[in-house]
Design a protein around this ligand. Structure first.
Ligand code: PRP
Length: 285
């Protein structure tokens, strides 16, 4: 394995995701009956029926790879294959507790994406929608520490229903590399027969939500939905359903309104894009 493949494999292990390494080759061109070109994606995730191809190459080589990938998609339309670029990997690794962001010095906000008034208005709209959808019920709002605290504090006050609020904590992109994702602090309310609504500040790869859904579903709630303030769907690695979304955001590192960089900026009242001093080195989260 290439070192980046090893890192990706470690990440999948962390999230307890099964994978197969290079399990299959797709013939792309033949000379008579002889295969002269084929494509062997690096990873296959059976639970998602998803292939991943990692690339750490120079741009001109990536272009070739992209061409190959297009051909795979044409010839094997039923096959889901995604290319992960070097920057994608760096971002994932950065989240995982090590990586390029840790060494980058930052100034603050490069630009404001959603100002305070806009965020507040959107949160009120989400609250009104939740109030309508759960009319007559007493939902349990479940937040995952720590990024969610600001959003949760505003959202719960925008919901005009009796609600219960719970916070969970999971091992998560810490300083130390964790063996695997785990719940450190669980909900204390009995969820069986209750309407559970997971509240998240951001859905990025979606892996946290996938894990949470599974974990909470096992507690037998009457319903289980997800409300995420920010949806960076372009980064999604797994299909997770988001029932309520505040804003769709571009593939940039965002801070403020609970979201941090290195523990800072959570208390900004707006949501902004991080200003790196070494713009080229920046990676997500
Ligand atoms: C953020 C966020 C989600 C998670 C989403 O947490 O609060 O829990 O990332 O990412 P994913 O979709 O790629 O799994 P973070 O690790 O930044 O911790 P924090 O909430 O303590 O800031």
């Amino acid at each position: 394995m290439h070192p980046s493949e090893k890192e990706f494999a470690d990440l999948l292990d962390y999230y307890q995701i099964n994978y197969l390494y290079e399990p299959r080759s797709f013939p792309l061109r033949w000379d008579g009956s002889r295969v002269v070109e084929m494509f062997t994606p690096d990873f296959y995730l059976p639970e998602y029926d998803q292939y991943f191809e990692l690339t750490t190459m120079k741009q001109n080589l990536v272009t070739q790879k992209n061409r190959k990938l297009r051909r795979v998609r044409e010839m094997y339309p039923e096959v889901n294959v995604q290319l992960l670029y070097r920057k994608d990997l760096m971002r994932l690794m950065g989240k995982y507790g090590f990586g390029p962001l840790s060494g980058v010095s930052v100034e603050g906000t490069e630009r404001v994406l959603f100002d305070e008034a806009l965020v507040q208005r959107r949160v009120r709209e989400l609250g009104a929608q939740i109030t309508e959808d759960y009319a007559g019920e007493e939902p349990v709002l479940i937040g995952v520490l720590r990024g969610v605290v600001v959003f949760m504090a505003d959202l719960m006050r925008a919901v005009d229903l009796p609600v219960q609020v719970e916070f969970m904590e999971i091992t998560h992109y810490g300083e130390e590399r964790q063996e695997s994702l785990d719940v450190i602090r669980d909900v204390t309310t009995d969820l069986s027969g209750r309407h559970a609504l997971v509240v998240e500040d951001i859905a990025d790869t979606g892996l946290t939500l996938r894990y949470l859904r599974e974990h909470l579903q096992a507690k037998g709630p009457a319903s289980l939905r997800v409300c995420a303030l920010l949806d960076k769907s372009v980064r999604r690695m797994t299909n997770v359903r988001l029932d309520y979304v505040g804003f769709e955001i571009p593939d940039e590192f965002v801070i403020g309104y609970g979201l941090d960089y290195g523990g800072r900026y959570r208390n900004l009242p707006y949501i902004g894009v991080l200003q790196p001093l070494e713009p080229k080195a920046v990676a997500q989260r």
